[in-house]
Design a protein around this ligand. Sequence first.
Ligand SMILES: [Zn+2]
Length: 458
Amino acid sequence: MKRLLALTAAAFLTLPLTPAAASPAGTPGAPGAGDPYFPDQGNGGYDALHYDLTLDYDPSSGRLSGRAAISARATQALSRFNLDLVDTLSVRSVTVDGRPATYTQSGSELVVTPARTLRDRRGFSVVVRYDGNPSHVIDPDGSKDGWIKTNDGVFNANEPQGAITWYPGNHHMTDKATYRYTVTVPSSRVAVANGDLVRQATKGGRTTYVWNSREPMASYLATVSIGTFGLTDRRIGGYRVTTAVDPQATGDATGFAERHPPALDFFSELFGRYPYSSTGGIVDHAPEVGYALETQTRPIYPRVPGESLLAHELAHQWFGNSVTPTLWRDIWLNEGFATYSEWLWSDKLGTQTVQAAFDEAYARPAEDEFWQTPTADPGGPENLFHAPVYDRGAMTLHVLRRAVGDDTFFAILRAWAGRYRYGNADTAAFVALSERVSGKDLGGLFDAWLFKPGKPSL
Ligand SMILES: [Zn+2]
C-alpha cells in the first residue's frame, strides 16, 4: 500500500491541472500493488477484509459457478477499482453496496465502476457472480498454479498467482483477509478448504461443505480442493486435525493425522504458539503436480509426505502464512525458514543433525552457480523457488544462530513470529529485529549471506 500511495502522489505531481486529491468524484484505484515480480498482482485503493465464496463445481463438466461477496474498506476516495480474475471466466454481474456496478474484464483485471464514488476509509461490499471452466496458469518457472484439474477433481494451489484462476479478489499477499467457503460438489466428491469445517449437508445427490477461515490469509494460501477424499476431523493432542486423503494417493497414509501434533508441539516450543484454530493436510493423487504447498492451516501434497516435507509445510504456518513477506523477492523469509525447520525436525528425530545438514549444503564448490544468487533477491519470478532461496536461506539462519547463540537465536524467531503475527514483514525488518534482540551489529554477516553473490567464508 505504501508503494501505491507514492505512485498516486507522483501522478498528481505530473498532472497539476487535475485537482484529483480534492475531487469529490474520487480517483481510480491502482491496477497493481507495486510488486516488481508480478506488477499486475493486487490492486490499490482498498483493503479487502473478508471473502464469502459460494462455489458450485461439477468435476465431470469442469464447470464452476461462483458468487464472491467481498467486504472491503476504501483507502482513498474511489471512482473505480480493480479485482484480479482471469477473463476466461465470465462475470455475469457486479454490485457494490447492493447497487449494480459497471465492469470490464481484460486479462487478469476486472475493473469495477460503482454507481457512486466510494468514500475514503469507509467500508463497502462487492458481490461478483461469475462462471466458466477454470484452468490453471503456467508460472514464470514453468510450473502449474491455480485450479489444477485431477482425474477426480481439483488440486488447488495458488502460489504465486493461481488465485486469479478461480475467484475475484485483491490477490497480492499484502492484503490479507478472512474467508468463508460454501462449496457444493457431487456427493461422490469432497470439497476441502482452509480453516474449520463448519458443516456439511447432502441434498439431491449433491453435498455442500462450509469452511471458515477465521485468521487473516493471503490469497496465495487459499485452497478449495476437490476429489474422492476420505475426510477425518478429530481432536488429537491440543489440535483440531482435519485431513483429506485421496485413496489413490501414492504412499502409505496410515497415521497421517496423528503425525501432525508432535511436529506442531516441537515448533510451538521453538517459535511460539501455533497461529491457527485447526491444522491437518490434503493428500491428493496428482502425479503431474511437482510440488506441495503450505496452504493455510491445511497444506496440500501431491502424494503422502515424508517427515521432512510434513515439517517444512507445517513450519510455514508460522513463517510465510502468519508472517508473510511484503514483496515476492523476500521469499527466503518463507523458504529459508521452512528449510531450516526441516533441519531442526530431522535433528530432533535423530535422522541428521542441523550442523550436518548445513555442512552438506555449504559443501557446494565456490564456483557452483548456486552461490551467485543472493538469498534476499533471487533476481526474478522465474527464480522464486530456486535452490538458493531454500538452502542458502537456511544456511543464513544457521550462521546467525552460531553468531548469536541458541537462546538469542530462538528469541529472535519467537519475536519475529510474535511481532508480525498475521501481518507482513520484509528482509530489512528481519535484519533490524535480529540486531535489536541480539544487541549485535550483524551487518557484515547479513551482507555476505543475504545481499552479495559469492560463497561466504565461515
Ligand atoms: Zn516451502
